[in-house]
Design a protein around this ligand. Structure first.
Ligand SMILES: C[S@@+](CC[C@H](N)C(=O)[O-])C[C@H]1O[C@@H](n2cnc3c(N)ncnc32)[C@H](O)[C@@H]1O
Length: 118
């Protein structure tokens, strides 16, 4: 198998695992984010002007969406897993989320994003 095909297969397996195994139970079963995680997200929010848009790359089920929105910033989420995004949409239908194309273009021009979390 050549390297490109191998990488594609790894990606397919990762997507499938998040779609089928993790998405339905992630919010219930996964360890909560550490205090360090939350501090990092808070620091990113502080550096983004009020009303500015933050990219959450690999947003999963949208763990950080509520904190970002409550702080008066906007958020857009991208993730490889449609299953994880279904959970994120259910909790925050007001947030734009999507699966990035293979080129990793996000739903907004970079110039319209002020910061990123992951
Ligand atoms: C451990 S979860 C973390 C989700 C979220 N950031 C959180 O803190 O709860 C990892 C997420 O990264 C996503 N992911 C992994 N590799 C990715 C890639 N190359 N492109 C987009 N999403 C990816 C997975 O689908 C999964 O939702």
């Amino acid at each position: 198998m050549d390297r490109g095909a191998w990488l594609q297969e790894c990606r397919r397996i990762a997507e499938e695992r998040f779609d089928t195994l993790f998405a339905p139970t992630y919010d219930r079963d996964e360890a909560p984010a550490s205090p360090t995680h939350w501090r990092c997200v808070a620091a990113v929010i502080d550096r983004c002007p009020p009303g500015g848009r933050i990219l959450d790359a690999a947003c999963g089920t949208g763990r950080y969406f509520g904190m970002i929105l409550q702080a008066g910033r906007q958020v857009v989420g991208v993730d490889q897993s449609g299953g994880m995004l279904t959970e994120a949409r259910a909790k925050h239908p007001e947030v734009t989320v999507g699966v990035p194309p293979k080129s990793w273009r996000v739903p907004y021009a970079a110039s319209r994003l002020r910061a990123a979390v992951s």
